[in-house]
Design a protein around this ligand. Structure first.
Ligand code: HEC
Length: 145
């Protein structure tokens, strides 16, 4: 067998596989195509409380209307590693039991780059991007434990 023959046989086999696959194809199979349109989509909307855009809008509205403590809880996710899941402390001091105004004052100081304790440098980058609202929300959450 020379190289040309090997190549020819190879091409033939590959063509055969392609041919077999395409002729065995089920034309009614829709794969991952979204065929839920028209009536199907109307039904979906009715059972899901609106279309995809409506659901997203409702989600955003719920978020905007959420209480400061709920928003603070979401933000607190990035504090857990150092302050503990419920502010019991760890790498950072405990936050549990601290008054809301104190937390606001402390975070505002860190945001301004002020030195408080010996390890304030750990808090500066954390507090830097916080808005007044973020600080308020966080304090509302941590003061509620
Ligand atoms: C990398 C670890 C780390 C992360 C993450 C972190 N902190 Fe801290 N935090 C510290 C350390 C360390 C201190 C003590 C700093 C000092 O000596 O002034 C501190 C201090 C504080 C204080 C002052 C506590 C007191 O009584 O003096 C508050 C309030 C605080 N952090 C809130 C937060 C919040 C809210 C987050 C999340 C958005 C957060 N920290 C994320 C390490 C961290």
């Amino acid at each position: 067998m020379n190289a040309h023959l090997v190549a020819a046989v190879f091409m033939l086999v590959v063509s055969g596989i392609i041919w077999a696959a395409t002729t065995a194809n089920n034309p009614t199979w829709t794969g991952n195509k979204n065929v839920c349109v028209g009536e199907c989509y109307e039904t979906w909307k009715a059972t899901h409380g609106g279309g995809i855009a409506d659901i997203e809008q409702a989600k955003q509205q719920a978020l905007a209307a959420a209480s400061p403590a709920v928003l603070g809880e979401a933000y607190y996710g990035q504090c857990v590693a150092c302050h503990g899941g419920r502010g019991e402390g760890g790498i950072g001091p405990p936050l549990q039991g601290q008054a809301r105004v104190d937390i606001v004052a402390k975070l505002t100081a860190y945001r301004a780059g002020e030195k408080r304790g010996a390890q304030s440098a750990m808090m500066w980058p954390v507090a830097k991007p916080m808005t007044d609202n973020d600080i308020d929300n966080l304090a509302a959450y941590t003061a509620a434990w």
